[in-house]
Design a protein around this ligand. Structure first.
Ligand code: ZN
Ligand code: ZN
Length: 336
């Protein structure tokens, strides 16, 4: 009596392939999630590049550089959607088989007999599922300098999903080169701006923002390297804005501290630069007690404004580049 239904269910006992469509966001990127339990980082990749640039055997997490084959990067939302689509597909098939069985049964009922039994299947139309809307576009879009794969992330994450290249390296160097070039242009600024007050103000702004950029560029770079160190503990937000805290974290994670890469007096110079950045960001450059305690700089009284010189920014850029190179080498050696 339920021949069709039984046959349909038996056929499903094998494997049924069902393709489910996943939607791109409005910029053509689609959502992915790192399958490593301790990471689960969500990112986006341009659909076109996922198809053409990413290899099936190996995809890299932009945050932790975990690798897994291309079928393992579904987000929770995409999995839920696929499950719903599969259930809807299966119940639709069973329902249609039951309708056919019922019709068959009804046809076999003798006509004109005293008692007639008919069978009805409550046949609701199969639910049509729309692909879930993709999550909002992410602002930080990166094009891999090595393979040109385009991906998008939130926060510090720089490994290319297609080739694993670390773009943090490049972004850091670009920032440092940018600062050096704007310092090089200061003589032109002095010549070009006739009003001497305006000229000196502009120079001061360029120099101070250079110092701030150095610290931020280093912070982002150190964070990116730190997340790439296997089994590194979770770092406090902005931990790498602080030279000694960053060095302690780095030591625990890699066995090397900043002192393994730069000399004690060089660390002192950077320490002062980092504390000056803190003042510029939080007190508009006015010296407070914390600066006096932490910077080792005793030229100022509380309430005075710090003066940043072009040469000290250049020196900080040179030392931070040296330190960054050392951290990269540490990171590579613990990953090897
Ligand atoms: Zn990951
Ligand atoms: Zn790449």
């Amino acid at each position: 009596m339920f021949d069709e239904t039984i046959r349909t269910i038996r056929a499903m006992g094998g494997q049924t392939r069902l393709s489910v469509s996943i939607q791109d966001d409005e910029e053509g990127y689609f959502d992915r999630k790192c399958p490593a339990d301790e990471c689960l980082f969500q990112f986006k990749i341009l659909s076109e590049d996922w198809k053409n640039k990413v290899r099936d055997e190996e995809v890299f997490c932009p945050s932790c550089r975990h690798t897994a084959s291309s079928g393992q990067w579904w987000t929770q939302q995409q999995i839920e959607h696929a499950k719903k689509a599969a259930i809807s597909h299966i119940s639709g098939q069973i329902n249609r088989a039951m309708v056919r069985d019922a019709a068959q049964w009804n046809r076999q009922q003798p006509r004109g007999s005293l008692i007639s039994i008919t069978m009805n299947v409550n046949n609701h139309p199969t639910q049509v599922l729309l692909p879930p809307a993709a999550a909002e576009p992410m602002r930080l879009k990166i094009t891999c300098p090595a393979c040109e794969c385009r991906y998008a992330v939130i926060g510090a994450a720089f490994f290319c999903p297609a080739c694993g290249y670390n773009a943090a390296d490049q972004q850091f160097m670009q920032s440092i080169i940018g600062i050096t070039q704007s310092l090089d242009a200061l003589d032109f600024v002095r010549l070009a701006i006739e009003d001497r007050d305006a000229a000196e103000n502009t120079v001061r702004l360029v120099v101070e923002s250079g110092l701030q950029t150095i610290v931020t560029a280093f912070q982002r770079y150190a964070e990116a390297l730190y997340t790439a160190v296997p089994n590194a503990s979770q770092a406090r937000r902005n931990a790498f804005q602080n030279l000694s805290e960053g060095s302690d974290l780095w030591k625990v994670a890699t066995g090397k501290s900043y002192a393994d890469h730069i000399m004690t007096d060089e660390i002192a110079i950077l320490q002062k630069a980092f504390q000056q950045r803190h003042l510029l960001a939080h007190t508009q450059g006015i010296v407070d007690a914390a600066y006096q305690n932490k910077s080792g700089d005793n030229r100022y009284q509380i309430g005075q404004r710090i003066v940043i010189r072009e040469e000290s920014v250049r020196e900080a850029a040179r030392l931070i580049t040296k330190l960054a190179g050392g951290l990269l080498a540490d990171c590579q050696s613990v990953r090897a």
